[in-house]
Write a protein that binds this ligand. Structure first.
Ligand SMILES: NC(=O)c1ccc[n+]([C@@H]2O[C@H](COP(=O)([O-])OP(=O)(O)OC[C@H]3O[C@@H](n4cnc5c(N)ncnc54)[C@H](O)[C@@H]3O)[C@@H](O)[C@H]2O)c1
Length: 403
């Protein structure tokens, strides 16, 4: 018999709406049963709109509701820790939106709370779950790209939709904590979560908006196997929301465009009658609509994974530990943006909770005396290898008739 979960939802803003749309708009069996907002009018209207039986302005009442078994956290970043600690104390499974926390120290407390309470937890990082990304990750895992060398992930739009995002203290930063968290987790998934990030270099600046936090950021993350992650975020990009990923490997390349230029483009002089897509700046002219937004942004597969893992007693693809690593990388990015230097990243423990051994440096397998620099099929049909002799460093070339 398949289980059904009754959920307490904290937050009735943008993400609360996307999460509820995902679970309620199709014929899903897991449903929001209780909703919390500090604004009573909003909570009541939200409950009525989505057919949610209970609403409250009291967070504790929402979390401890005796009829719900899962708490979904969709409130501002400065409230995540309080909400997760409360859910753990109530003995409930807890799913928390991104970023897990404002800092790795906060994330660590949250991780400890769910571990101590023995409750299921999941990190709601939707952007590793779009169908295109899941398919790409599978191809990468099957070796289609060879060894992944460089992953570039970009999220840019004209700036967030609510006051608290712009408040450095409440959000824990600016565009980097808000959107870099997505990019970093996409990068980790493609490079391999078992590969440790070692150090970061980051530029962050406030170029446009009158705020204390950064509205732009570019970061480089160097991993233990030599692979490089690169993220680019902006809160001042014009033209909608640009979500793109690129993966380069020794045997292949992947380009993913999630939102603009996906192959669905429409021109209209009169508009199409309302909402186009998240952060769309116009509803006339050339538009980039999105078919089923919650599906294409990964929310559908994300919740399926979360609830399947909860029922099976296994880990979901995205755990609180992943959220902690993302926070640790972001902490190092903010340090680097200040010092303008590569900043080391120290993860205090592994995903088994054990202290990590000191990082070993990047190793090259030694079984061959040569390293292949380049292999190319020439017009005469022969294959040319450009090789580096490992012992001497000398670069040579070799022609081979057949591969
Ligand atoms: N793709 C994603 O995964 C994604 C997208 C958007 C937002 N988020 C995350 O979701 C969370 C909420 O973002 P949002 O876009 O829904 O914001 P929002 O401003 O649209 O909604 C915030 C909600 O929290 C409530 N709230 C505000 N201040 C509060 C407080 N002090 N105490 C309790 N509740 C409070 C508001 O009433 C509202 O219901 C953030 O952590 C954000 O990073 C994730």
């Amino acid at each position: 018999m398949q289980k059904e979960h009754k959920i307490t939802l904290l937050g009735t803003g943008l993400i609360g709406t996307f999460y509820t749309m995902t679970l309620h708009q199709q014929r899903g069996r897991d449903r929001m049963h209780m909703v919390y907002s500090q604004d009573g009018k909003k909570a009541k209207e939200f409950a009525e709109e989505w057919g949610i039986p209970k609403w409250t302005t009291d967070m504790e009442q929402a979390v401890y509701d005796p009829e719900t078994d899962v708490v979904v956290v969709g409130i501002p970043n400065d409230m995540h820790k309080k909400a997760v600690l409360m859910a753990a104390a109530a003995g409930k499974a807890v799913l928390c939106t991104k970023p897990l926390a404002r800092t790795a120290a906060e994330a660590k407390e949250m991780l400890a709370a769910v571990a101590q309470a023995g409750v299921f937890s999941g990190y709601l990082e939707d952007l590793v779950y779009p169908p295109k990304t899941l398919k790409s990750l599978e191809s990468v895992k099957n070796g289609a790209l060879g060894q992944v060398l460089w992953v570039r992930s970009r999220e840019t739009h004209a700036g967030p939709h609510s006051d608290w995002f712009w408040d450095k203290e409440r959000a824990g930063g600016g565009a980097i904590i808000d959107m870099g968290c997505h990019c970093i987790e996409i990068i980790r998934n493609f490079i391999g979560k078992e590969i440790r990030p070692l150090e970061v270099m980051c530029w962050a600046d406030t170029l446009v908006h009158p705020i204390d936090a950064e509205d732009h950021g570019i970061g480089l993350i160097r991993f233990q196997n030599g692979a490089m992650g690169q993220f680019e975020v902006s809160w001042a990009f014009r033209g909608g929301m640009d979500l793109r990923d690129e993966v380069s490997g020794t045997e292949g390349t992947l380009w993913i465009d999630h939102f603009l230029r996906t192959g669905f483009e429409m021109f209209t002089t009169v508009g199409q009658g309302g909402y186009v897509a998240e952060k769309a700046e116009s509803d006339t002219g050339w538009l980039f609509p999105v078919g089923d937004e919650v599906h294409e942004l990964g929310y559908t597969h994300m919740f399926v994974d979360m609830f399947n893992a909860l029922d099976a007693g296994s880990n979901p693809m995205e755990t609180f530990y992943d959220g902690y690593v993302v926070n640790a990388i972001i902490d190092a990015c903010y340090r680097s943006a200040q010092t303008k230097k590569w900043e080391p990243l120290s993860l205090e423990f592994g995903d088994d909770g054990q202290k990590l051994e000191p990082e070993a440096s990047h190793q090259v397998p030694e079984e061959d005396p040569h390293i292949i620099i380049k292999k190319e099929r020439m017009p005469n049909g022969r294959t040319k290898l450009i090789l580096k002799e490992k012992a001497t460093g000398k670069i040579i070339q070799k022609i081979i008739d057949k591969d």
